[in-house]
Design a protein around this ligand. Sequence first.
Ligand code: ZN
Length: 233
Amino acid sequence: MVKDKFIWCRNCDAVHHVNRFDKAPVYSFVTGAIGEIPTDDWRVFMARHEGHRLEALSTLGDRKFIRGSLLDPMSISYVEVTNGQEHLLIQQTRKSISEPLSFELIPGQLIDKGFTIGIQEKEIKLELKCHFDWSGTPMSDARIRLFVEILKELVKDIKPAEVEIAGLCFDDANSSFGRLEPQFIELLLTRCARHFSHGELTDLRRFVESHVEGDDVMALILRRQIAVGRTAA
Ligand SMILES: [Zn+2]
């Protein structure tokens, strides 16, 4: 990952993100004509903080934590930076969709708590209902709930590190889809065999095997657990 650079004014606690748009002009439409307003955010920042104690910050590793969706420009994100001695945390926010990102140093650090594995419970229930509706032998809500409970129990034994990533989850920047491996499908169906009839099992196998690819409903959800640990300022 390319290291991001920031300038931190220790007198004002202001942060400037050094970026390639620093010297880009801003175009504005004035009565039909395009007016060019030259801007230089870096120069503006340096002039504003002239004589102050400025420090260069650069990003530390590749840890960036986005609270919310990758596609949502209003999501708050956090990035760890260093001035060479201290580890600091920068919070990136946007006050409105039309405004640029603003950066603020906050006390604290990112705490990586690893991954958890979940299932797409709501989607599975819905899909199972549809699947068995058109296949002719509807499965009752109670039977569907039972299947989901068996799957949930099974998933507790799967280690996140052993799950192959099968796709990105755009609704949540910290989640991705994981592949439910064939050995777990077999284990799932073996456990289901204690509760379901032979006919139901055949249907369940067909359902599982046809909904396991990519981000389909039988894909697992790997959720990265990162917390922003606030230390006393
Ligand atoms: Zn300043």
